[in-house]
Unconditional design. Structure first.
Ligand SMILES: [Zn+2]
Length: 84
């Protein structure tokens, strides 16, 4: 995957940030979470864009649960780093 930047915090992201554990290039429409700011993102043909709130609302329950879990883990880690 071509390195790309988080549209929210501008950190460079690569495939290792993918929510799925697959070692394959993410497909457009796949979901991920920025490990630096917790933004919910979706892959496009040429990078990443923020997931719209109405898109999150229409995710399958299992997908939304996974997204929420990953975002919470990222936000917890960020909060911990701020404190230390
Ligand atoms: Zn970010």
């Amino acid at each position: 995957m071509t390195p790309t930047r988080c549209p929210s915090c501008d950190h460079e992201l690569d495939a290792s940030t993918s929510m799925t554990e697959r070692e394959v290039d993410p497909l457009p429409g796949d979901l991920t979470v920025c490990l630096y700011c917790g933004a919910a993102l979706t892959f496009t043909t040429d990078g990443l864009r923020l997931l719209e709130p109405q898109e999150i609302a229409t995710l399958k329950p299992a997908e939304r649960e996974q997204l929420d879990r990953v975002r919470q883990a990222v936000l917890d880690r960020i909060a911990m780093e701020v404190r230390t």
